[in-house]
Design a protein around this ligand. Sequence first.
Ligand SMILES: [Zn+2]
Ligand SMILES: [Zn+2]
Length: 500
Amino acid sequence: MKEFSIKDVPDFSRKDRIVVVGVIGKSEYEYPNKTTPLLPTVNCDEIGIKCYWDERSNILYLHATTYLDAKQLTELACNLEEASKVSEKDADDTHWLVASGDLASESCKIFALIFHLCHIVVLSSPSPVFDLGYLQLFKAIDAYRNELLPQTTEALASSGAGGTWDSHGRTCCPRLLFHFHRAPRQLRRNPAALKRLEHSVEDQLYFILRKARIITNVCAKSLFAIPKNEEFVYINADDAAGRARDVGSLLQGLIHLCSGVPQEPPCDRPSFKQFVGGHVELARVGGFDDNVGKYAMTTSFFELPSAHSWQLAARALAPIYLSAPRAPRDDEPGGALYDALATDVRFSQARCAKVLPIAQASYMEGLPSHYSSQHHAHKLSIAMSVLETMGRGPRAGGARAALRASCEAAWRARRLCEAPSLTDHPCHHPQHDGTREHSSGVRYVHACDCGRSKASRDDPYCVRRANLGFYEDAAELCTACPTLTRREFPVFQPTTATYR
Ligand SMILES: [Zn+2]
Ligand SMILES: [Zn+2]
């Protein structure tokens, strides 16, 4: 079996009619191989699509490994570094809601490519319950596919893949099969009941997917189809089959073999491989026709491409699907994946965009022409509390930073000088340069040198003014001071220019 990555598809075969089967979905931590039992040994340690070419049966398997696989998610969690947050804005991007949207859109890109390249897609679930979260993913994938349609059409036309790749953009509307890896415990030994469960699940899935408008009457437009008359749900009753690597089940098998006790006869259900084989055979013989209603005949198309043509198409499509830009920053419009998956982020963004001007207005309200840092801090705390009450979610941190920046910009234009005087009163002038003198606006009444008269004095900003200038001015106004005898004391006179 040949093994290669979708990013680098080699010339893997010369066959002229191949069937392509894709496997997507979730897997458990201990059993990351979703493709069991189609492919018994597969290592899935890399995000992306691995291809396995089975020359004998003419089937190409694509296995998607994404963050929906528990193992990949755990590895990602181990590599997370809390300390890698740098600014408030970066911290926003590491918020769980932002990150989960990003992870989902990464997975959707990979799934979208699988849906485009396969005839049959197997959705694998580790439990017997269908995860309704897939509905959102399917819608996102469909929107993403439509968004990329102009690019993919152009790439396919220039790739020379030919056939329906040129006329319809794909070989067929892929069939989706559901593989549940584990049956409910009580039904495992009861094939009849299990069959009833499968049929009931089929009806429910059909109803849900119809209701969500994911499958439609006309397959040509849908992302995928589910068969009208064939079974499309398989629930695995054999506990050991999916767990070939489980040491416990291996041991149990060994004990059974050694003790000679005959094993319980396996129930006569077809294996999953046979189940998929039925659909593959159908694809080989006549192709799928899953249209419903009056358009059934006209719009149907199905082709088994040659290995070469599939290779050309995959080479053309893989870069387009896998390398689309990631989630946008604040004001740019997001892509289809972002719109469909990052609902929480978009909600948070809208809330913050709405409340930010309100918070800014509450800061500006009743603001004097110039004001102190204290007043600024007070107004800022009011504006912040307005933002806190209404701005929610992962974008709130960025909005807080934006509000703080805008308030600070407003304050810088209107701030006071606030230089402290000798008595520690702040200057009350608007911020000024050295040409204007500081003034705190505080005035004292002080006696002159002789003590016979009083004069008012400004709050001093320098020692010379405080101890000499004021008394010289006061002496001019006093009648007694000029008549007093003055004694000159020797004053230190520096002899060098560099005295300390
Ligand atoms: Zn000043
Ligand atoms: Zn005096």
